[in-house]
Design a protein around this ligand. Structure first.
Ligand SMILES: Cc1ncc(COP(=O)(O)O)c(C=O)c1O
Length: 447
């Protein structure tokens, strides 16, 4: 326990959101950042800003971290996305070290020039084979892949139809590409059909990109991909599915929901990230046409004008795919699934509810932002590192603590985490009662 004493928390630290500062007014572009900083700092001073934390020695199951005030915390770690625990796997580390010895540490060029290495060329082939598609383009991050595929394919007269909860990289790519953006209700294929019908009633000439994810990272739920792909065919639209959170770690063979829904090789375009399961920064886009691959190489800016994955990153991810695709990968997935099942069961037994279907993402329901912030502060004090998720990342009053499960979490780690979360919630509820629920009145007024 720390000696922090937060006797009187100003209600402004328990209310408001990042949304309030997204469009600051004023002529001075630098000065107008102050409003956000004042609110953020109020939260920080009251121990209610749990972001920008740093671990001392990487994403281990128990870690020493420090917050952005430099305060140390040690705890069981459910805040890292290293689902199969490959980031510290001995063979991955050995691969990284060997690659550094052979190639140095930098790609020193974009993929469009001479930034590729024999590792990245082999990685493209490996991913194509893994996802059952013909061609792959690599990107320096998953975010760049999401942004890049949308901006690379869509022009201003085209249309984008996307699940309203699609990731920031896809949303930003959409806004950079066209003003014709239509959001459909989360996972609602009928709603999507409605939009497609309306677009095609007026416009038979331009393209439509439909965008969704294999596994949504705040809700742990999944669309009917086969039905969505059929819809796209019917309306001459193209489907992109972001598989950042399920590829490699879900399903017997690790093909995520496209595998589990028997859609391997049948989705128009698959986009993914290496940073959750494959132990590195980086991302990819897979498609079945050489023309699309070559077009993206030269018209998708992050693949054209940004430096290529470093040799170490490419070699590391290649090794990670080999492990994911082996018996060892299958065993790691079983271990991960056993941990997910235990965590969900123990949360239930502790009276804690969570969102979605079994996956490495277990988002525990909290409710109001004020309560969730106080819970999050307690977690740091009691020894659990887990991420607070609040509006606008999720709807108002649906704040949550996101637990991300790793294959090498132990039963004890899980038991400790659940007990800490239960205690933190009870303490936070008590604290909020003492403070008089500052955000309750506010939300009611807003309603
Ligand atoms: C669904 C989804 N897509 C893309 C990304 C971006 O991937 P990366 O963090 O590897 O750049 C993320 C990461 O948070 C994500 O959750």
């Amino acid at each position: 326990m720390s000696n922090n004493n937060y006797a009187d928390i100003p209600s402004a630290a328990l209310t408001g959101s990042m949304r309030d500062f997204r469009v600051p007014g004023g002529v001075d572009l630098l000065e107008r950042t102050q409003g956000f900083f004042r609110w953020q700092d109020l939260r920080r001073q009251n121990g209610l800003w749990p972001f920008s934390r740093a671990t001392e020695d990487g994403p281990k199951t128990v870690c020493l971290a420090q917050d952005d005030r430099g305060q140390k915390l040690r705890g069981v770690n459910f805040a890292s996305q290293d689902y199969l625990s490959l980031a510290s796997h001995p063979a991955i580390k050995a691969t990284a070290i060997e690659t550094i010895e052979r190639c140095g540490v930098h790609s020193a060029g974009s993929p469009a020039l001479v930034g590729n290495t024999s590792y990245s060329v082999a990685l493209e082939r490996k991913i194509a084979e893994f996802v059952g598609m013909e061609h792959v383009v690599l990107y320096p991050t998953g975010w760049a892949a999401g942004f890049g595929v949308v901006k690379g394919l869509v022009r201003s007269a085209d249309h984008i139809v996307m699940d309203m909860l699609a990731h920031s990289c896809l949303q930003e790519g959409a806004h950079a590409a066209t003003n014709n953006i239509h959001l459909f209700r989360h996972l609602d294929n009928d709603y999507c059909r409605n939009i497609l019908e309306k677009i095609r009633a007026k416009d038979k000439d331009n393209g439509i990109l439909v965008i969704t994810e294999g596994l949504f990272s705040m809700d742990s739920d999944t669309p009917d991909l086969a039905a969505l792909q059929d819809l796209c065919h019917e309306f001459k639209a193209t489907l992109v599915v972001d598989v950042a959170h399920d590829l490699g770690c879900l399903g017997k063979e690790g093909r995520g929901h496209i595998g589990m829904q028997n859609m391997l090789g049948k989705i128009d375009v698959v986009m993914g990230s290496f940073s959750k399961t494959f132990a590195s920064n980086g991302g990819f886009v897979a498609c079945n046409s050489r023309a699309v691959q070559e077009y993206l190489r030269f018209y998708s800016a992050p693949a054209t004008f940004s430096n290529a994955l470093s040799p170490t990153q490419a070699a590391t991810v290649l090794k990670a795919f080999d492990i994911v695709d082996s018996l060892e990968g299958r065993i790691l997935r079983l271990e991960l699934l056993a941990n997910i099942t235990s965590l969900r069961r123990e949360l239930n037994e502790a009276g804690l509810d969570y969102y979605g279907d079994p996956s490495a993402i277990v988002c525990v329901k909290m409710g109001s932002e004020g309560l969730a912030r106080l819970v999050s502060r307690q977690l740091s004090e009691l020894g659990l590192v887990a991420n607070l998720v609040e509006f606008p990342a999720v709807p108002k009053n649906a704040a949550r603590i996101r637990m991300q499960v790793m294959a090498n979490h132990s039963e004890q780690n899980i038991a400790d985490a659940v007990q800490i979360l239960k205690a933190a919630k009870a303490q936070a509820e008590h604290e909020l009662e003492r403070l008089g629920e500052p955000n309750r009145g506010r939300e009611q007024r807003a309603a």
